[in-house]
Every structure is written in structure tokens, then in C-alpha cells.
Design a protein around this ligand. Sequence first.
Ligand code: FES
Length: 170
Amino acid sequence: MSEDKKKQVSRRQFLNYTLTGVGGFMAAGMLSPMLRFAIDPVLKAQGGGDFVAVVEVDKITTEPQRFDFTIEQVDAWYESEVTKSAWVFKQEDGSILALSPICTHLGCVVSWEGSENHPERFYCPCHDGLYYKDGVNVPNTPPTEPLHVYDYKIQDGMLYLGKAKPREEA
Ligand code: FES
């Protein structure tokens, strides 16, 4: 057999190389989204940007005010913007309290002094739920736990809100 013939690629080798290359390419195409999906929580955790700017601290009064803000929500690969709300006010000691407006009974939206019959209370119109100004549920009304409390931080004169948590964890 001549040297030229030995260097030539046989039909069988050519098919092996081609199928291996195409197969590898297809496997990489299928595996990379799975890998990305698997490590996504790790990548997100490193970002740490869970706080959102809501309002200038100067605008916060001792009277609860409702502020709306937008967060980016990611469900697997689907990203969307979600509008959230908080009832925010300064407490007597000067600290800030940011309450979730979601009633802890069945999830309706509460408002400060939402009923003429219940001044100085958060009121839920769905089943006449009541909360004191600090978000604690009034006994003998439907809610069985206080309004959830947002984590917050103040930076450069702005109030940033994080996640709303049940009172025990806040
Ligand atoms: S949902 Fe608020 S009292 Fe029932």
C-alpha cells in the first residue's frame, strides 16, 4: 500500500468523525440550558440586589402612606415586572415600619382608615378585618396574625424595601 493511500481517511473513519462531531454538538445544545437552570439560583444569590428604592425618607410621615414600587420577578426563565405596595410610616421612636397591605386572613388588600367606623386602624373590606397601626391584628376579627413586615434599609436618603416577612421573622 502506498503512503498516499495510508494518509487517506476511510469512509468508515469519515462517518465516525462526522457523527461524533454532530452528536457532541447536539449534546452540548441540550445540556447547556439544563446546566444554566441548575446553577441559576447560585448566580442569583451572588447578585444580592433584593432591595428596591421606594421613597425619599423625608417624605415618610407618622401617618401611614401607601407607596407602590416595582420589582423584577424571575420564575425559572420567565422574567416579569410586578407592582408591590407598602404602608410606610415613622413610629414614635423614629424607626420606620413598612407593612404589607395583604390581609393575613385570605389575602385581600387592607387600607389605613379604610372604614369610617374604624379610625386609626388598617381595615380589610372583605370580612371586616382590623389591624392596629403597628400591623398587629385586632383580636376577635378574622385575621389570625399581624400584617407582614418588609425588610428595609436606608441609603443616600432613600428608603429601600426588601421582602415582606411574617412578624416573627421580621
Ligand atoms: S381577607 Fe381580610 S378579613 Fe378576610
